[in-house]
Design a protein. Structure first.
Length: 276
């Protein structure tokens, strides 16, 4: 009984833990909010490089033709025959990007906090890397080439995102390379697969696959945007591995020290009670 009493956390300790969690959550919300503001500002600043964007789009088309992956028009034409599929992909592109990432970060923060930091760092690295490419390589999306057969499915079938004054005034529509929609989706799938042990965890890969199809079918991105997004995620993850290993080792060392101290300071009567 003495051992049970000693192990039960006091009200004061519980309150301190809750306060710490509250402070951490507030810090993370402010950090992510600041990141989103910076993300929007950088995209906004380079949204008018239209001449370079069209020139770069022709380069992407030439590159894709050279390697045999320039099939966006034929793929879109095939899928446009199914209005339910177009309806679903339009809304998946519009909704799942931010909502899916928000759900992922919340789930990791609450249920798997030991992995949350790494995912957040990689997310920021991928996003900052993507923004750097947006600045260096402005790129017009396929939907700006109707003469080639592309259809702006969001404008044609809805939801008409860019009809909103708030979106139109702040969005950078020439930031096609890379697709951060795909990059964030891949990061989310990797996080789920690496955190869970269930065989069903691989179903998370449906998210980036569906998002890749959505960004191409809606004519918002080229296939090369998807490829660069995947490479960016891999590079960011590999760059973060040494830091994650260092932090994991430090956490293990602190836990070992804490356990040794708790054992050395444990009252003798509770030790005898626990062993009786």
């Amino acid at each position: 009984m003495a051992q049970v009493a000693l192990d039960r956390p006091t009200t004061h300790v519980v309150e301190r833990r809750r306060a710490r969690v509250g402070l951490l959550a507030t810090r993370e919300i402010m950090l992510i909010g600041a990141g989103l503001v910076a993300y929007r500002m950088v995209r906004y600043l380079v949204r008018d490089d239209l001449a370079d964007a069209f020139t770069n789009a022709q380069r992407v088309i030439d590159w894709e033709r050279a390697v045999g992956i320039f099939n966006e028009v034929s793929l879109q034409s095939t899928i446009l025959g199914s209005h339910p599929v177009v309806f679903m992909l339009n809304r998946y592109y519009f909704i799942a990007h931010f909502l899916g990432t928000a759900i992922l970060l919340t789930w990791l923060f609450v249920r798997h906090h030991d992995r949350y930091g790494q995912v957040r760092r990689v997310l920021f690295a991928v996003t900052m890397g993507g923004l750097a490419i947006h600045v260096a390589f402005p790129l017009a999306p396929p939907r700006w080439f109707p003469e080639m057969g592309f259809v702006d499915t969001l404008q044609t079938y809805g939801p008409k995102v860019y009809d909103s004054d708030a979106v139109a005034s702040t969005a950078n529509q020439i930031a096609a390379m890379p697709s951060l929609h795909v990059a964030w989706a891949l990061l989310g799938a990797w996080a789920v697969v690496s955190v869970l042990d269930s065989r069903w965890r691989w179903l998370a890969m449906i998210h980036p696959i569906t998002m890749s199809l959505a960004v191409v079918v809606t004519a918002n991105h080229w296939w090369l945007d998807v490829v660069v997004a995947a490479l960016l995620v891999v590079l960011a993850f590999q760059a973060d591995r040494p830091l994650q290993q260092f932090l994991s080792n430090r956490t293990d060392q602190r836990l070992a020290i804490s356990l040794r101290e708790s054992v050395s300071h444990q009252p003798s009567d509770s030790v005898s009670a626990s062993t009786s």
